[in-house]
Design a protein around this ligand. Sequence first.
Ligand SMILES: [Zn+2]
Length: 291
Amino acid sequence: MVLLSLLFFLPAGTFSWGFFAHRFINFHAVFLLPREMLAFYKSNIQYLSEHSVDPDKRRYILPEEAPRHYIDLDHFKQSDSLLLSSNWDKAIEQFSADTLRVHGIVPWWIQIVKANLTKAFAEKDRNAILKYSADIGHYIGDAHVPLHASSNHNGQLTNQLGIHGFWESRLPELFAAAQYDMLIDKAIYLKDPLAFIWGRIHQSAAAADTVLTIEKKLSDAMNGQYIFSYEKRNGKYERIYTVAYATRYHNALKGMVERRMRASTHAVASFWYTAWVDAGQPNLSEISHSK
Ligand SMILES: [Zn+2]
């Protein structure tokens, strides 16, 4: 068994929240919308959930896709934070576009997708509204994941390989549907979407240390035993965190995953709502089904 596992070992690393969590976030965001938007979004809820993972699929074919999902905030000095959080043009003046692409561009990319979504609403372009709504849900979700704001994104610097998928995929898959309270306040209008998303990214970066140190303590306490098991998936053996270990970690995080998921969901709905308001609140019941 051990040999087999080694032979067929596949790191369970994923790129972001995980397919389950992204779908869950986009799905629940729909219900936070105002009445004028609700019918249109509800009738397309399946599309919005399924396509919430398109940006991760794009990473396989588009080299420029990867940096849109994260920012290594710890790469920058505290004093840089004001410059970074201004806007893209000012940020590239200071740090160069190449540097920013290496360390991630998620906050500015969300701004671009938000502009595309606003334009789609203004043009009443049904397909574009759906595409950019699904897309922005993904990037906003990623911005709420602590390890998407840290250069130690998969615990590679602290001998915790796999923690990325553990926190954002395994834990939500095990606990979200059964335990998380997804009754959330209605979407709000965001006066300054870029500043808002920066706020969320700073929260993510601040939580990254907790995500890592709590897992380290737990695994040290168990001498690294009973942490993993091997499961056959799609004909291959995958190393997965055991349910018992995942439960301990989830409890030790004291609701952090649920809080980040709720915050993501509220942010997604608020970005959809803000784009619609900025486009002049078009009547969504008039949107053609053919275009
Ligand atoms: Zn992603």
